[in-house]
Design a protein around this ligand. Structure first.
Ligand code: DAH
Length: 338
């Protein structure tokens, strides 16, 4: 009897249990109603009383060892689906669809409106040299934007930097094209700013440029009015305020009339009802000359706007950081926007 128990203990330890089926067969063979342990129990009844005291605990140990083996193997045995058990014709559970990012939605809409007016969409590099970002755009040498505090430099002397505005693409295109040209230039820009609800070190702009014979300020104003009415609605009004940019003369900032109907309107427009959306102007003759275009023959206008700013107005978003955090609770609100 002792020998039988010892042999069985060894057997239990050696048996390989690799699948749930094998575990079940093993369990029935040992612990089942007609299993090996039951046989031992029957035999145990027949042995003399003085041996029972020794054999009893051994039997208990054996039973516990088998139970332990079974529960352990149940957690480690891998379920391997049989190839024949897979129904390849069943419909899948479906793939959860993403949404268009609000920046992408607004960017596409702005570009579409200008493409409908005959502007061609082009892009330029994000890593630039000093010429395309500053010098070619008539920035004076001491301009603060050329400072480390405002611009991310990749290399100094000669300066390689992350473009601080998409106006750099204007210079590239003026250098490689002959007028007339009508271009809309979306892209990412970088500034050395602390991140807050209103500022970020990376954001998006759309730049516009139109160069031809006899382009006037009236053309600029009418183009931007048409844009504002397409984007914000047919009753939208705009106003132009005199401003300054090194690369345009004269320069202006454009506001849209936002209204004063609610407390929120009063707060975001500071009680005036007007909200700034972009900067613009007539391309400075120095800028045309620097890119090889004769300012005696050609004139042009340019404008630049921030996509985040316009998206914040359109969707009433109070914090710029939402755009870059990729929180599904934010992004899921744009389901269906194209
Ligand atoms: N580059 C300017 C900025 O980043 C925006 C701008 C203003 C672009 C006037 C222009 C322009 O083309 O004419 O703030």
């Amino acid at each position: 009897m002792k020998k039988r128990i010892e042999r069985m203990l060894a057997e239990v330890a050696e048996t390989e249990l690799n699948s749930p089926e094998e575990v079940e067969i093993f369990r029935v063979a040992y612990l089942g109603r007609k299993g090996k342990v039951k046989d031992l129990m029957m035999a145990f009844k027949e042995i003399p009383g003085d041996q029972k005291r020794e054999i009893g605990p051994m039997l208990n140990t054996l039973k516990q060892a088998i139970e332990h083996r079974v529960s352990e193997a149940k957690t480690t045995a891998v379920v391997r689906p049989k190839a024949s058990g897979v129904d390849a014709t069943r419909p899948s559970g479906g793939v959860p669809l993403g949404t268009h990012h609000p920046i992408q939605v607004v960017r596409r809409e702005i570009v579409d409106i200008f493409q409908n007016m005959g502007f061609a969409a082009v892009e330029g590099p994000e890593i630039e040299d000093d010429w395309h970002v500053f010098s070619g755009l008539n920035f004076p040498p001491e301009h603060p934007a050329r400072d480390m505090q405002d611009t991310f430099f990749v290399e100094r002397d000669p300066d390689i930097l992350l473009r601080t505005h998409t106006s750099s693409v204007q210079v590239r295109e003026m250098e490689r094209r002959e007028p007339p040209m009508r271009l809309i230039m979306p892209g990412r820009v970088f500034r050395n700013e602390a991140i807050s609800a209103r500022a970020h070190c990376m954001f998006h702009q759309v730049e516009g440029l139109y160069i031809d014979k006899e382009v006037s300020f009236a053309d600029l104003k009418q183009t931007l009015l048409h844009f504002a009415r397409c984007f914000f609605g047919p009753d939208t009004d705009i106003r132009l305020r005199p401003s300054y940019f090194p690369f345009t003369e004269p320069s202006a900032e454009v506001d849209v009339y936002w209204g004063l109907k609610t407390e929120v309107d009063k707060r975001i427009t500071k009680g005036t009802g007007w909200l700034e959306i972009l900067g613009c102007g007539m391309v400075d003759p120095n800028v045309l000359k620097a890119s090889g275009i004769d300012p005696e023959v050609y004139s042009g206008f340019a404008f630049g706007m921030g996509i985040e700013r316009i998206a914040m107005l359109r969707y009433q978003i109070g914090d710029l950081r939402h755009f870059f955090e990729n929180d599904r609770r934010f992004l899921d609100q744009f389901v269906g926007e194209r």
